[in-house]
Design a protein around this ligand. Structure first.
Ligand code: ADP
Ligand code: MG
Length: 226
């Protein structure tokens, strides 16, 4: 679904300056967006607003003139361990389906389908703790599929992965994202750059300074990116 925010103002209670002053962002349905910016610029905070995590589970005061966000968005976070609530793969995925009131007899098939789609080959009863970082991120994407989210928000999902797993994660994402709106915060951009429709660059003051297609940015703003 489309997301639109107009004139977002946000100041952390103990901060001196506002994190965002009149930030505007519009993301069309089905668009794949890569968001870049220096550490501390506000990328994670903005993602948390785009999916309604703020204010649902983080009590941070803000105002906006327009706030069309997807409160049903699914998140994939930097730290794969922070996003699971159950001990095993099957319990984690069944828990999501229970919350959606899916009948028990349908669960197995849905879970198998989701695991197949994300290429996670593992025993269903496997403790999540025993999975590698890359497998956990695949599980997080499988969770998002089972949530039925129309929006996927990924916050540096490759930061705990070794170089060899990064391409596989992006391929997995590309296999399932077609009809979804996707926003990715990521600084290892090589393998994702050509797959997205738009790149948004945030500066250290929390302003969106560039918003264009990856190819135009490569031509016109390469020095800024570096
Ligand atoms: P990024 O993801 O771009 O690194 P963040 O959105 O995590 O940036 O943080 C932006 C700024 O807001 C940082 O200066 C950070 O210290 C501050 N910040 C983030 N979350 C909180 C919070 N819950 N309370 C106070 N300050 C915060
Ligand atoms: Mg962050």
């Amino acid at each position: 679904m489309a997301i639109e925010i107009e004139n977002l103002r946000l100041k952390f209670p103990e901060a001196v300056e506002r994190q965002f002053s009149n930030l505007n962002i519009k993301i069309n349905t089905g668009e794949k967006v890569l968001m870049l910016g220096p550490s501390g610029s506000g990328k994670s905070t903005l993602l948390n607003i785009l999916g309604g995590n703020i204010p649902r589970s983080m009590d941070i005061p803000f105002k906006a003139d327009v706030l069309d966000v997807d409160t049903g968005a699914a998140y994939v976070f930097q730290d794969p361990d922070s996003q699971f609530t159950m001990p095993t793969v099957v319990e984690e995925l069944a828990f999501i389906l229970e919350n959606r009131c899916v009948p028990r007899r349908d669960m197995d098939q849905l879970i198998q389908d989701a695991l197949l789609k994300v290429g996670l080959k593992t025993d269903l009863k496997m403790p999540i703790n025993n999975l590698s970082g890359g497998m956990k991120q695949r599980l997080a994407i499988a969770s998002a599929l089972l949530q039925g989210s129309r929006t996927l928000l990924l916050d540096e999902p490759t930061s705990m992965l070794d170089e060899a797993s990064v391409g596989g994660l992006w391929q997995t994402l590309e296999n399932v994202w077609e009809d979804k709106t996707v926003v990715i915060v990521e600084h290892r951009v090589n393998e994702i750059w050509d797959k997205v429709d738009r790149v948004i660059l945030m500066n250290g003051e929390g302003e969106l300074i560039i918003d264009d297609s990856p190819s135009v940015i490569m031509e016109d703003h390469i020095e800024l990116l570096n």
